[in-house]
Design a protein around this ligand. Structure first.
Ligand code: GLN
Length: 423
């Protein structure tokens, strides 16, 4: 297979019958598959083979899906381009020579290249929506708690959800229907009020009377070609009966800072288990445990992961905890409140998914701050625990542009209905 989409090519057959019988699914390599190695895109876990399936994987098998492989990703989900993978970059099938987005770049690329009908990714701060936008496919980030995280290797556990990729909104919704729902093994899962209704049948394309709010703050920072493509898609929805109003989310200017403090703090704690003894690459014991742990982590982790562990440890340390971590939590509460207020007057919020078009391969690796800022439109949604969908809006200069719709908690059916008018 081409383009370095998969880290591990392995076929895992599901049941003979079920709603996904005959469909192929690619799985991001931070989702555990029993007996099939799960690397998280890291040298640390190059040889790790989980002894159990993630809940979403069991549900896929029960639904009759055929898993076709484990996809490339930014190391432990940390990145926006899939270039921080220890297994090399993935090319973008929709824009060769460009990144597929990240961190679930391999999963989006698998669907865009036709290597799989469907795929699963995870979204901590945009890692489903960004690659969906960059590869010209559909991606859904579910409401926090809708999909079990059991068996997902944690990066920022208070922020992340597993979610689907597909070529159409209806197919993505059908996959969501299979993986959604409470799980005894993940106490953060909650029953959705829409649980009995399902999701696939919501893809009616009917937007007549839909009230769309457009947050000015999420348009201002975007590239011109991206904004034009976004506005064309919005005009299309208006022609079909949707109405639009401008709304404001004043807290948004603090979202990227708050997100990175929280995500890195959680990462520093979640990644403590990779020391070569409990989990991961071992450099061998040489008589001194401090040296042994340090060597395993030095050899096993890449630069971006190390940067985040250092910054996260600092933000949580005595003396700085109140100054950084607590402040970030306050900002998170403010962002959540802003979204709730905005969504009390409209049904959904719309923006470009990414303020930029896909970077050229190799272009952004040297400038982490620039990369963090590209997450401006996606991370606020994770801070607010809300659902969002990225749907192809068109192209500018031959490069795909995604339109993001954000809804109220457990408003997935509304998002699916609205987005299905476009794809
Ligand atoms: N780009 C963001 C980050 O690096 C989002 C990653 C994700 O959603 N896993 O943290």
């Amino acid at each position: 297979m081409s383009g370095n989409i998969f880290i591990t090519d392995e076929r895992i057959d599901g049941d003979d019958e079920g709603p996904l019988a005959g469909r192929t699914v690619a799985i991001k390599d931070n989702i555990s598959t029993a007996g099939v190695r799960t690397t998280c895109g890291s040298a640390m876990l190059e040889e790790y083979v989980p002894p159990y399936d993630a809940t979403v994987v069991s549900r896929l098998k029960d639904a009759g899906a055929t898993i076709v492989g484990k996809t490339n990703m930014d190391e432990f989900g940390m990145g926006t381009t899939t270039e921080t993978s220890a297994f090399g970059p993935t090319d973008n099938p929709a824009a060769p020579g460009h990144v597929p987005g990240g961190s679930s770049g391999g999963s989006a690329a698998a669907v865009a290249a036709g290597e799989a009908d469907l795929a699963l990714g995870s979204d901590t701060g945009g890692s489903i929506r960004c690659p969906a936008a960059f590869c010209g496919v559909v991606g859904i980030k579910p409401t926090y708690g809708l999909v079990s995280r059991y068996g997902l290797v944690a990066y920022g556990n208070s922020l992340e959800q597993i979610g689907p990729f597909a070529n159409t909104v209806e197919d993505a919704a059908a996959l969501l229907e299979v993986i959604a729902g409470e799980d005894d093994r993940d106490a953060t899962t909650r029953a959705s009020p829409a649980a009995d209704e399902g999701y696939a049948d919501a893809a009616t394309g009917d937007v007549d009377g839909l009230r769309i709010g457009i947050p000015t703050e999420l348009i201002e920072g975007a590239e011109e070609g991206v904004v034009e493509t976004f506005e064309d898609a919005i005009a299309d929805l208006e022609e079909r009966g949707a109405t639009t109003t401008e709304v404001s989310l004043p807290s948004i200017e603090h979202a990227v800072e708050a997100y990175y403090v929280i995500a890195m703090s959680e990462a520093s704690s979640n990644l403590a288990r990779f020391d070569g003894v409990r989990y991961g690459h071992s450099g061998g014991y040489d008589g001194n445990w401090n040296e042994t742990f340090a060597r395993a982590r030095k050899e096993g982790f890449g630069d971006e992961v190390k940067r985040r562990i250092l910054l996260g440890t600092y933000a949580l340390s005595a003396g700085y905890h109140d100054k950084y971590y607590k402040k970030a939590q306050d900002a998170r509460a403010w962002v959540k409140q802003d979204f709730d207020t905005a969504l009390s007057d409209v049904d959904v919020l719309a923006s470009p998914t990414m303020p930029v078009t896909p970077f050229e391969l190799g272009e952004s690796l040297e400038d982490p701050l620039q990369m963090y800022l590209a997450d401006a439109n996606t991370v606020p949604v994770n801070l607010a625990d809300l659902p969002a969908i990225s749907v192809p809006a068109g192209e500018t200069d031959g490069l795909p542009v995604g339109l993001q719709l954000v809804g109220p908690a457990f408003g997935e059916r509304t998002l699916i209905r609205a987005a299905s008018a476009l794809a």
